[in-house]
Write a protein that binds this ligand. Structure first.
Ligand code: PLP
Length: 402
């Protein structure tokens, strides 16, 4: 059996006609820059997230870049972020001449550890840190409740890197025990701004690059609209230097179709994750400590209809289903030799990337470094079948019997 890590051909089977129609509509309209498809997608995504403003941009990377530009981040500034993310999170900080300041991750969620953030913030006497940049890794929110407390305490803006987490939710307002005071908020809707990516492998992916910034702050949204047109306001009058960070209307038209499937896809991924969890638990692999299952750290207590998860609905969107495993690199080779797609997100922690030019001693951020050497992502896409999952689990069990 062949089990790809992601198989977009499966969704194309039922989306193809609609996508062709949407692309044709844009072509026939001759509106090739901005226009109604982009505006409608902005409205639909901001409404989905419970936020007043959405601004379509050219990629998730540019969503982050333009958000930091709108904050005026530049040389001499520092941005507090995680050492365990896709490169873009750190890349945008460096491109603006600013310096990323890292703190370690929580070993259960793989997201930035708020206690470590507090320690660094309390020592930042010169107030060089100008923004907080948490990442909702793999489709699960960072601890935004704690992060927003720090943001208020230190009066710092929060830019959420929600590239992998559109539609993920986390509990806010004091009570994480599932009680009545909990307000569930969507990724990207909590900080000053949330940044999404429509890279084809994200839960909401285009047929090319795309991204969006969502924000409650209309003035911030206006700034971004100006920056994504070379800082022009009005046209041809440049009060500042921006860039071309516009979302393509063809992408917007396609994404509008995919938006209508998004919650259904999230649910299918969640059900696949539950099924993997059950299948792995039925082997002795967890018990014998060959692997650690991914943990959904936020649960809504009441059982929601259609969920396979007996513990109650969780709000991880499983852009990736990531295990910690022993002998990771050998397992990776073995699974690939068995036609099973798998990947490591990410094999090198950000503070250890060569381009940074700074050398951190080994074990500077031990949890991030450990995650880089122990994690593996398995196929989790919505159209994955139970048979395919069984094959994956069997092959992993076979590897550890060898
Ligand atoms: C995908 C991703 C990005 C970048 O998005 P692009 O659309 O590829 O530019 C940024 N941060 C994280 C965490 C991502 O996963």
């Amino acid at each position: 059996m062949k089990v790809p890590l992601l198989d977009l051909k499966q969704q194309l089977k039922y989306l193809r006609e609609d996508i062709l129609e949407a692309v044709t509509r844009v072509i026939d309209s001759t509106t090739y820059i901005q226009g109604p498809e982009v505006s409608l997608l902005e409205q639909e995504i901001s409404a989905y997230c419970g936020v007043e403003n959405g601004v379509g941009v050219s990629s998730g990377t540019d969503a982050l870049l333009v958000s930091l530009m709108a904050l005026g981040i530049g040389a001499g500034d520092q941005v507090l972020t995680t050492p365990y993310s896709f490169f873009a999170t750190m890349g945008v900080v460096l491109r603006l001449g600013a310096t990323p300041v890292f703190v370690d991750i929580d070993p259960v969620s793989f997201n930035i550890d708020p206690a470590a953030m507090e320690e660094v913030l309390s020592r930042d006497h010169e107030r060089k840190i100008k923004a907080l940049l948490p990442v909702h890794l793999y489709g699960q929110c960072a601890d935004m409740e704690a992060i927003m407390k720090l943001a208020h305490q230190y009066n710092l803006p929060v830019i959420e890197d929600a590239a992998q987490a559109i539609g993920a939710e986390c509990p806010m307002n004091g009570d994480t025990g599932g009680g009545m005071n909990v307000q569930w908020k969507k990724a990207g809707s909590i900080g000053l701004a949330g940044c999404f990516s429509f890279f084809p492998s994200k839960n909401l992916g285009g047929i090319g690059d795309g991204g969006m910034v969502v924000t409650h702050d209309v003035a911030f949204a206006d700034k971004i609209r100006i920056l994504l047109n070379h800082g022009a306001s009005p046209k041809y009058y440049h009060g500042q230097v921006g860039g071309n960070f516009r979302l393509d209307p063809i992408q917007a038209a396609v994404l509008r179709i995919k938006m209508t499937y998004l919650d259904q896809w999230h649910r299918a991924r969640r059900d696949n994750a539950d099924r993997y969890n059950r299948m792995f638990t039925e082997t002795d692999l967890v018990q014998n400590k060959f692997l650690v299952l991914p943990q959904a750290v936020y649960h809504r207590k009441q059982q929601l209809e259609g969920s396979l998860n007996g513990a109650g609905e969780n709000f991880h969107i499983y852009n990736q289903y990531v295990l910690r495993v022993s002998r990771r690199d050998a397992l990776l080779d073995w699974l690939r030799s068995q036609d099973i797609g798998c990947e490591v997100y990410y094999p090198v922690a950000l503070h250890q990337q060569k381009c940074l030019g700074t050398s951190f001693p080994v074990q500077s951020f031990p949890q991030a470094e450990r995650a880089a050497s122990e994690t593996i992502a398995l196929p989790i896409y919505p159209e994955l079948t139970a048979d395919m999952q069984e094959y994956v689990v069997d092959k992993i069990a076979e590897f550890y019997r060898q």
